[in-house]
Design a protein around this ligand. Structure first.
Ligand code: HEM
Length: 377
């Protein structure tokens, strides 16, 4: 099997899971070339993510605004990463997330009130909820939110392993950069935007102008596109089987495992002497980590292709692990839990209202459209 070719194929974008199953039969770590490895096993992916010797690969872009995004925390290595991580975690605290719960509940109820009986769930709910919540958290006026959806989609296309259009991604980063540059001239006092501007202005060198902008763009985009996918992927599973979400927290965890919104991430070996699953990797080696495959590893999850919210010790790697573990994981979990609980409370029967379409992506996996019929009976 030519794994890379298969991964880049339209078939893998439509349904990567048969390919993952085949990859697991070959081993947890698949050498592709002398210094290129695809990591598929759960233990091996976890090992790499938690080993600080493996870092974020440089991804220089000739496009200026995409180059700016290299300054975000997601793309940073030590010591910059630790500096930004502690700063952002000081303002993006568990308390701030918990305090959002009433706003999340109100946003869910408002959206549910506005839904017609037959509806594209992606358009009218899965996108709307996370964008409303992240705007609230950041202190960005909610009136802007429809503008962000195509921009986020264009920007994240650059994450795909295929040659996505860097030009449209760059244009999106540029527009979002201009937007935030304008906003931070007068940030609202209580949002993350205000808190991060204050950190930059503290004058102790902990956050540069470029880092401030790159991280605001990242927080906006990371904050809703993945959560939109989590809601859509979850709802698609629930169609005709509402009982699966009787415990919303366990249901959300299993959706994360079974159909992870982020399927792939990458690392580079920053020093010599590194290995994963006992396989040596010379400095400079490029690693493709298949989070979605790790979550379906039969050595970690019995009957991995079965959707089972009651699984014991269900700890998927959908939010990564180690130093870069998703900063927004508790927010995403909270949104999804509240959403599914209230949705099913209001509409105990949800059925398909026509063919759903997937976005043509591997790395960020979600639906473009998901037509459903809602019934309160
Ligand atoms: C990092 C997934 C929601 C902000 C990550 C990473 C993953 C991930 C896999 C690590 C990437 C790596 O190590 O290479 C997800 C998923 C989400 C979600 C599946 C929803 C279901 C959110 C939300 C926010 C957020 C709601 C913010 C409000 C971030 C940030 C990082 C990150 C800032 C970078 C952390 C660092 O590099 O230290 N996310 N995320 N994410 N995520 Fe999320």
């Amino acid at each position: 099997m030519n794994l890379i070719e298969s991964l880049l194929s339209p078939a893998a974008r439509a349904d990567p899971f048969p390919l993952y199953a085949e990859a697991h039969r070959l081993g947890p770590v698949l050498p592709i070339a002398d210094t290129v490895f695809v990591i598929v096993g759960y233990a091996a992916v976890n090992e790499v993510l938690r080993n600080p010797g493996f870092g974020i690969p440089a991804d220089p872009s000739s496009e200026p605004s995409l180059e700016l995004m290299q300054r975000s925390i997601l793309r940073a290595n030590p010591p910059d990463h630790g500096r930004m991580r502690s700063l952002i975690s000081q303002v993006f605290t568990p308390r701030r997330v918990a305090a959002l719960q009433p706003a999340i509940e109100a946003a869910v109820d408002d959206l549910l009130d506005s839904l017609p009986t037959t509806v594209d769930f992606m358009d009218r709910f899965a996108f709307q909820l996370p964008v409303t919540v992240i705007c609230e958290l950041l202190g960005v006026p909610a009136s802007e939110r429809d503008r962000f959806r195509p921009l986020a989609s264009d920007l994240t296309a650059a994450l795909e392993l295929t040659d996505a259009s860097d030009a449209s991604a760059d244009a999106a980063a540029h527009e979002l950069g201009e937007y935030f540059a304008e906003l931070i001239r007068e940030p609202s006092a209580d949002g993350l935007v205000g808190a991060l501007v204050a950190a930059r202005d503290a004058g102790d060198g902990r956050l540069s102008d470029e880092e401030l902008l790159a991280n605001l763009i990242l927080l906006l985009v990371a904050g809703f596109e993945t959560t939109t996918d989590l809601l859509g992927n979850g709802l698609a599973i629930l169609l005709d089987q509402p009982h699966l979400a009787s415990d919303p927290a366990a249901f959300v965890e299993e959706v994360l495992r079974y159909d992870s919104p982020v399927q792939v991430t990458t690392r580079v070996a920053r020093t010599d002497g590194l290995s994963a699953a006992g396989i040596a990797m010379p400095a400079g080696s490029n690693l493709i980590l298949l989070l979605g495959a790790a979550n379906r590893d039969p050595a970690r999850f019995p009957q991995p292709d079965r959707f089972d919210p009651a699984r014991a010790d269900n700890k998927p790697l959908s939010f990564g692990a180690g130093t870069h573990i998703c900063l927004g994981n508790s927010l995403a979990r909270l949104e999804a839990k509240v959403a599914f609980a209230r949705l099913l409370d209001r509409f105990p029967t949800i059925t398909s209202a026509g063919p759903a379409t997937r976005r043509d992506r591997l790395v960020l996996r979600g639906y473009q459209t998901l037509p459903v019929r809602l019934s309160s009976a």
